[in-house]
Design a protein. Structure first.
Length: 319
């Protein structure tokens, strides 16, 4: 792909002519500016940027991947490089950056713009971006005489979905945003090779499923994801069930709130990217996340384990 070749050959290039005229650039939400930090020295060797919603999860991931790569020792605590800001956190473990992006595309895109510029100013090359997230899942259900209820087999909670397609809230393969008060559409392009490479890091002994599938990206957790238990609601439980069944019939495997903007912005910027999320619930069975904190915490590590294997494979570290 034209954009990707551009960034594989040279240091990262960004499609914004204004950047070349700027003598400084304040990456405000990370509390880092082009002149306050030696960006090439700090980030020039970065090869992977892993982002996810929660600050604590991404701090944990930084330590986990650092241990796995042998660049962070067991009791070592990495500094938060975005310590001057209370918006996002940023950790570096060898060639891996780990940052949080908050909830939803608007927050994620602020983080992504600034991370892209950080690595552009650093002169980083051939960088892969991966979103490590949580999501709702959609499995196929069937009635089972033994249980007397609907049983879901396709995407049990705790499954890991590697997106091989993503659609926006209107089920379009385009990310819709507003610039100069006009709606614009940017294509959602998924790197199939990268998605397959990551999902192929599964192992037969993994106690969870790893599924390549289509992701439905919404702008809201409640009504936007056909939930009826938000503070306001104009849809019925029947509407919810029919809609989730419709998503299922369209091959959607999971629902989250960032993939459309993430894929579209990374493609526009010319960097390779992938989205790897663990499902917390099966939306064909329930709308509420009810698993207890310990279970959710173990599930949350599953995409991290898969992504760590991928990174080690790429860095040719025995896995
Ligand atoms: N994140 C979402 O956006 N939806 C869910 O159901 C779970 C996590």
């Amino acid at each position: 792909m034209e954009n990707e070749n551009r960034n594989a050959q040279k240091g990262m290039q960004l499609p914004n002519p204004h950047l070349a005229q700027m003598t400084d650039d304040n990456l405000y939400h990370f509390g880092i500016s082009r002149t306050s930090h030696d960006l090439p020295a700090l980030f020039g060797d970065v090869k992977f940027v892993c982002i996810g919603g929660s600050a604590r999860r991404m701090e944990n991931f930084a330590h986990y991947i650092g241990n796995e790569l042998g660049v962070v020792s067991e009791n070592e605590r990495l500094p938060n490089l975005a310590g001057n800001s209370d918006r996002f956190v940023l950790y570096k473990a060898g060639p891996v950056l780990s940052a949080n992006h908050g909830i939803g595309v608007p927050s994620m895109s602020v983080a992504l713009h600034e991370l892209l510029k950080m690595l552009y100013y650093a002169g980083s090359r051939d960088v892969t971006f991966i979103r490590i997230g949580t999501c709702g899942g959609i499995g196929k259900s069937f009635s089972h005489a033994m249980y007397g209820t609907c049983v879901s087999t396709g995407v049990p909670p705790g499954s890991v979905i590697v997106s091989n397609a993503a659609v926006n809230g209107k089920m379009e393969h385009a990310f819709e945003t507003v610039v100069l008060a006009k709606g614009i559409h940017r294509p959602i392009i998924v790197d199939q090779e990268l998605a397959s490479e990551i999902s192929s890091c599964s192992r037969t002994e993994d106690p969870f499923k790893i599924i390549l599938g289509k992701t439905y990206c919404t702008d809201d957790f409640y009504e936007g994801q056909a939930r009826t238990h938000g503070a306001v609601c104009d849809i019925s439980e029947e509407d919810e069930l029919q809609f989730v069944k419709h998503l299922n019939s369209q091959g959607v495997k999971n629902i989250e709130m960032e993939s459309a903007g993430f894929f579209a912005l990374c493609h526009k910027a010319g960097v390779k990217c992938s989205v790897v999320c663990v499902t917390f619930i099966d939306r064909l069975s329930t709308e509420d996340v009810t698993a207890d904190a310990d279970v959710l915490s173990e599930w949350t590590q599953r995409p991290q384990v898969l992504v760590a294997r991928f990174i080690k494979k790429r860095l040719v570290i025995s896995v």
